[in-house]
Design a protein around this ligand. Structure first.
Ligand SMILES: Cc1ncc(COP(=O)(O)O)c(C=O)c1O
Length: 464
């Protein structure tokens, strides 16, 4: 249902779909007028649609269930959006959680994620983090032999059982396709620039040691490729490589077999704001088919049976991105005639609040929310308030725009709030959760006092 609604064409450009629609000349999220939300809560502002998030949970789960044939568990990546109210909504959807580091673990627990559904990921986990995860009852996704050694010592002291999986890093020799993250580089080489994961040979030894310790319960294996490609064929190869590693480890550790296999995240969001050619992604079913069908086949060909194994997925962008809008107000419209004629629409937000514009060269399609069905009057550049280039969108076909108009940027629900910065002493925007015709400010706007709150200009010297 979700995918069919995307790509609603207006004036040749897909500007709405899913939780978004145009009515009365304005852009609406669910049954809330985005212009009214901007007036009520102030700009800049992040909006999240509850209905879209819930629909995305069920679309992801049912797509993977259809091809896996056994239960599928959603472990959305907390890093993509850690607004507590958003996370609580995912609890209602029965989702677990992938967390990275001690503070994400604290956040997930504070938001009420059941510890038994939390996977603590990340490289170089400190003994304190390992201890916190064990005492909370969360599962640890181990990244090195050192972490296992530390865990032996910790469970020896504390008693109890630690549930662990190993994060493995297949060689991915077959992934000769180019990486969207690293233009000009094959994915198999780009994947080697990414630190997490245990090579298969080392994993074999670490697992053997884990299985021989009565305080460690080895529940499964995990991998994560990341969003190198939006091509389902690449995802099939990734799954085949993971399946080969899993089958090899099952053979080495017989009669052990995994209760759960976790393929991580990295599936593109429907409009795929990070696609280098601005192409939309395939329907999520295509990725689910490529991953689940190939993983089952490669397990079978390695002599391992997938029956009854829970498949876990850790969506970030594919779950949150299109549930979010970033809303800004036009502060100035400035024109120039030389050396090029240009119209600048200067908005009250910045790439600092949509940092994937910089980190992933993303394109967040702007929609003139207060003139959503006005005819195109020309081409503009949309620029932000920081002192950098802050070119949020170039050569945008725009209606006649005036100061006070509202511009919304699509697909900003994943990572944009989570990674926003205070450059230029900018105070970060709040978040509003929309549900039908209701909306609430679930994270308030930051103040400049908070931005400067850690400074101690008159701190006394210490003699070192
Ligand atoms: C271990 C792990 N799982 C899931 C994700 C989510 O990735 P995405 O937002 O691309 O789906 C990430 C992102 O870096 C990750 O590192």
């Amino acid at each position: 249902m979700r995918t069919a609604e995307y790509g609603v064409e207006r004036g040749g450009s897909p500007i709405a779909g899913g939780c978004l629609r145009i009515a009365g000349g304005h852009l609406w999220m669910e049954d809330c007028d985005v212009v009214s939300l901007a007036a009520r809560f102030g700009t800049p502002l992040y909006l999240i649609s509850s209905a879209q998030l819930r629909a995305n949970c069920s679309a992801l789960r049912s797509a993977f269930e259809q091809y896996w044939g056994a239960p599928v568990e959603l472990l959305p990546s907390l890093k993509a959006n850690y607004v507590l109210a958003v996370r609580k909504l995912l609890n209602e959807e029965g989702a677990g959680c992938d967390v990275f580091g001690a503070n994400e673990l604290r956040t997930a627990l504070r938001a009420g994620v059941p510890a038994s559904r939390i996977s603590v990921n990340g490289s170089a986990k400190s003994p304190e983090l390992l201890r916190a995860a064990v005492s909370a009852g969360a599962t640890l996704t181990l990244d090195s032999a050192q972490e296992l050694d530390d865990l032996f010592a910790i469970t020896g002291e504390m008693g109890g059982i630690a549930r662990v999986r190993l994060r493995v890093r297949p060689d991915h020799d077959a992934l000769t396709e180019g990486s969207d993250f690293f233009p000009g580089m094959a994915i198999r080489d780009a994947a080697q620039l990414y630190k997490p994961g245990i090579e298969p040979g080392a994993a074999r030894e670490i697992g053997r040691r884990a299985l021989s310790n009565g305080r460690i319960e080895l529940t499964g294996l995990m991998t994560h490729l990341g969003r190198h490609s939006a091509d389902p064929a690449v995802w099939a190869k990734m799954a085949a490589g993971f399946g080969d590693v899993v089958a090899g480890l099952c053979e080495a550790w017989a009669p052990w077999r995994p209760r759960e296999l976790d393929v991580g995240g990295g599936f593109p969001a429907p409009r795929d704001p990070t696609h280098p050619d601005r192409r939309e992604a395939q329907p999520i079913e295509r990725y689910a088919d490529a991953i689940a069908t190939t993983l089952r086949a490669s397990l079978a060909s390695g002599g391992a049976d997938a029956a009854g194994i829970v498949l876990q997925i850790e969506p970030g962008r594919s779950l949150f991105a299109d549930a979010g809008l970033h809303v800004s107000r036009v502060a100035h419209v400035k024109t120039q005639t030389r050396p090029v004629a240009r119209t600048w629409v200067e908005v009250d937000t910045t790439e600092m609040f949509m940092p994937d514009l910089l980190m992933e060269h993303a394109y967040f399609r702007p929609v003139f929310a207060s003139r959503a069905d006005a005819p195109v009057a020309g081409t503009v550049h949309i620029a932000g308030i920081s002192c950098t280039f802050d070119l949020i969108a170039r050569d945008v076909a725009a209606p006649r725009v005036e100061a006070g108009d509202i511009v919304a940027f699509l697909d900003t629900g994943a990572y944009q709030d989570a990674a926003a910065s205070n450059f230029n002493v900018l105070a970060r925007p709040g978040t509003v959760l929309v549900s039908g015709n209701r909306a609430r400010l679930v994270k308030r706007h930051e103040t400049v006092e908070e931005v400067l709150g850690r400074d101690e200009p008159d701190a006394p010297d210490s003699i070192i």
